[in-house]
Design a protein around this ligand. Structure first.
Ligand SMILES: NC(=O)c1ccc[n+]([C@@H]2O[C@H](COP(=O)([O-])OP(=O)(O)OC[C@H]3O[C@@H](n4cnc5c(N)ncnc54)[C@H](O)[C@@H]3O)[C@@H](O)[C@H]2O)c1
Ligand SMILES: O=P(O)(O)OC[C@@H](O)[C@@H](O)[C@H](O)[C@H](O)CO
Length: 537
């Protein structure tokens, strides 16, 4: 079984092995997409293939859509050269269901895959043509949070960005610069309307994209490199919109067990690569089944059909609430609790952790007992049902190769949003007392214990990368398992840091609580397990 348009013509071979093939008229859709493209996606990575391309294919199969997607890759051209081109833009989506069932779908909805490379005349020319076509309705993005950053940590524009500000659209070479140059072409064509939709996992993602785009436009207009009026066009919601969105579908990197399973069935194109830009890609993509995509419904040129399980169009306030529900209460705090204690207890799979009664109880208490009373209710999704699915279906899924070590990356950057918002809500509440929080402080103490770089058996443990390790770790140096404390002097600089927790934990009355838990966690080898059992069961 070869993953090419020619290869999938041998239908019976695929169908005998339960591979689902595209069920639409490929040539007709290709022709229609070439003439009337309405959706171009930037970021040809795994979540795009696992989620968005498959939603479009479902809509094509049902006959409710008649155009596919054009994918554009502006950062890592190797993805196009090494994965899309050799496979005629096909992907195999492997859905790892919690029942053990494995869905295998050949996704063929990507009609063109183009590098966003101005030196590649034919690809760039085609991109200009697409952006200038009145049919275009949506440009969507999954380019990671870094993709929107124009400045370094010191607030200085990156040289490529600053260079583009001087050079103007004709010579743009930076990522967003190239995008804005294409949008400028659309402006010149008659100020045609368009929605630019970030689908990256960052808060208020539409505003992040808007600000990046406007930085170029303002600089160009100021220098006379674009017509006066371009900025006004970008700022007019009837012309250009930047909807907010929330996307959720756990899509790990291509997994070796999945690869072996496919190879065993006779699927030939299993080889994954790590590109020179560090993208992990394979002809297949593995993901869980549940999915949510909530998008602010602001599409000045109408929108492509996007109908599927979990896809909801709503207003900005609702998108914001859904994101808060997921990130502050119902999924990500539970993930971080599991990552910290999972690493300390030597786990390498989230699903294995869910078989550990204490860890399961830990996340249940973080979610149901302490999170839900102050959850931001989005109206369109019931938070309790969302946590139920996370705890009962998504995390325990033994077929999902997700690890606590992946999730422990950058924990210092995540604690304030994942726990700080709940602490603040208790602190503000007339009915709740911040001192009622027992398990969240245990997680925060667990993070301090994690930073010691020693697991519960006393063995050295590699810490996942985190930009604050250099700042926080030294405070804990000198503490050994078996020490009795008190540890106030060492912990105070960490626990009082509002940048990390969103609050000064001492000012809200939780600093000493965390110190107390920490003392129990370091009391001996095995103390992490003992403390967990004592407080969560
Ligand atoms: N994978 C998931 O579970 C998941 C879930 C929800 C949301 N997301 C969002 O999607 C994003 C991409 O995830 P993925 O699974 O496709 O990752 P991936 O590694 O498969 O692909 C990353 C994509 O981003 C591009 N990219 C990377 N750095 C860039 C930069 N500096 N500028 C521009 N483009 C850049 C790559 O070229 C590639 O197209 C995540 O960062 C997250 O915001 C992912
Ligand atoms: O992606 P991060 O590093 O911000 O967080 C790790 C996980 O919590 C996260 O990737 C979830 O799996 C994702 O948010 C699910 O949609």
């Amino acid at each position: 079984m070869k993953l090419t348009l020619e290869g999938i013509k041998e239908k019976s071979v695929w169908e005998e092995k339960s591979y689902v093939l595209p069920g639409f008229d490929y040539e007709a859709v290709k022709e229609n997409t070439a003439k009337n493209p309405n959706w171009i996606h930037f970021g040809a990575g795994n979540i795009f293939r696992a989620f968005l391309a498959n939603v479009n294919q479902n809509n094509l199969n049902e006959g409710v859509a008649d155009t596919g997607i054009v994918v554009a890759e502006g950062f890592d051209y190797e993805i196009i050269e090494k994965m899309y081109v050799p496979h005629d833009n096909l992907s195999l989506l492997v859905t790892l269901k919690s029942t053990g069932e494995v869905g295998k779908t050949v996704v063929a909805s990507v009609m063109e895959a183009l590098p966003v490379d101005p030196t590649n005349k034919s690809a760039w020319g085609r991109l200009e043509e697409i952006f200038q076509n009145p049919s275009l309705q949506m440009v969507s993005f999954t380019i990671t949070e870094k993709g929107y950053n124009l400045q370094d940590n010191k607030g200085e524009y990156y040289p490529a960005v600053a260079g583009d500000f001087e050079a103007g659209p004709a010579a743009a070479g930076s990522y967003i610069g190239k995008l804005v140059a294409l949008v400028y072409g659309r402006y010149l064509k008659g100020k045609l309307p368009l929605a630019l939709v970030s689908m990256d996992n960052c808060s208020h993602n539409g505003t992040r994209l808007h600000d990046a785009v406007l930085a170029y436009a303002e600089n160009w207009e100021k220098r006379g490199l674009v017509e006066q009026g371009f900025v006004a066009y970008l700022e007019d919601p009837k012309s250009i919109s930047f909807p907010w969105s929330m996307i959720d579908k756990i899509t790990p990197r291509p997994d070796k067990n999945v690869k072996e399973m496919l190879r065993g069935e006779g699927f030939e194109d299993v080889d994954d690569i790590i590109t020179s830009k560090n993208t992990y890609v394979a002809p297949f993509v593995n993901a869980e089944e549940p999915q949510y995509l909530v998008i602010e419904d602001k599409f000045p040129n109408g929108r492509p059909v996007l109908k599927d399980k979990g896809v909801i169009f709503s207003d900005r306030e609702t998108v914001d609430k859904v994101e808060k529900m997921k990130v502050c209460t119902c999924l990500n705090p539970l993930h971080t609790a599991m990552s910290i204690y999972g690493c300390l207890l030597g786990y390498e799979l989230i699903s294995e952790e869910m078989k550990d009664p204490s860890l399961k109880a830990l996340v249940e208490k973080v979610g149901y007992v302490e999170g839900l009373p102050v959850v931001v209710h989005p109206g369109i999704i019931e938070p309790k049902n969302f946590i139920d699915e996370v705890i009962q279906v998504r995390f325990p899924n033994p077929f999902m190769p997700d690890t606590p070590q992946r999730i422990a990356t950058d924990t210092s950057q995540k604690l304030s949003i994942r726990f700080g918002e709940t602490i603040k809500a208790y602190d503000r509440s007339a009915d709740l007392d911040v001192k009622d929080l027992k398990v969240i402080p245990l997680v925060l103490a667990g993070w301090c214990r994690y930073l010691m770089g020693v697991d519960d058996e006393g063995k050295e443990m590699e810490l996942s990368s985190d930009p604050m390790l250099g700042e926080v770790k030294p405070h804990l140096e000198g503490i050994r398992l078996g020490d009795a404390g008190p540890f106030s002097a060492q912990l105070k600089p960490i626990l009082s840091d509002e940048k990390i927790f969103g609050v000064n934990l001492y000012e809200v009355g939780l600093g000493e609580v965390v110190e107390g838990y920490f003392a129990e966690l370091v009391a001996s080898k095995g103390a992490v397990r003992k403390t967990l059992e004592k407080y969560v069961g």
